[in-house]
Design a binder for this molecule. Sequence first.
Ligand code: IMP
Ligand code: MG
Length: 179
Amino acid sequence: MHPDLQKILLTQDQIRARVSEVAGQVDRALSGKRPLAIGILKGSIIFYADFIRCLTMPLELDFMAVSSYGSGSTSSGKLKIKKDLDTDIKGRDVIVIEDIIDSGFTLACLKKLLNERGAASVTIVTLLDKHERRTEDISPDYNCFEIPDEFVVGYGLDYNEEYRSLPYIGILKRSVYEK
Ligand code: IMP
Ligand code: MG
């Protein structure tokens, strides 16, 4: 285990089994479609790569990078698009693949945006859900793991751009971010 971690929350085996289980459900729900799989950079990349390889329908890939401002302290928060899609999503079935839903602000804004752009359907898939922290009225259509309100890293998730390549998900020691 990485020395900056307090404990491992989800092992490689647990992640692998659950990701393929959830991807199987999405695969059945969207069978016969040709969806666009949208990965939200950078946190979702490892989940995205594992998830899409479990889907059996023809699939197109695209990515967005976003950051949110105003969640929590400001009421009129805004989503900043750092990298937009290359694809016109009008009439498309899209699958949004995100690492974690926390306040729900990012996904609520994103869902609204994709609907405004004319997506035929928007399916939201998250790896992790910190349900206790939700302030927005949104839930993912599919979630792999509900987790407690702790700061987690690994399997794509970072703290200050570190720990993304750990193959498991762990709780970061408080001393790492409170120093
Ligand atoms: P939301 O807009 O509050 O739902 O924030 C979601 C975003 O916050 C995620 O896409 C992550 O980038 C980040 N985030 C929230 N909790 C964690 C965590 O425990 N570890 C790493 N990133 C987190
Ligand atoms: Mg993120």
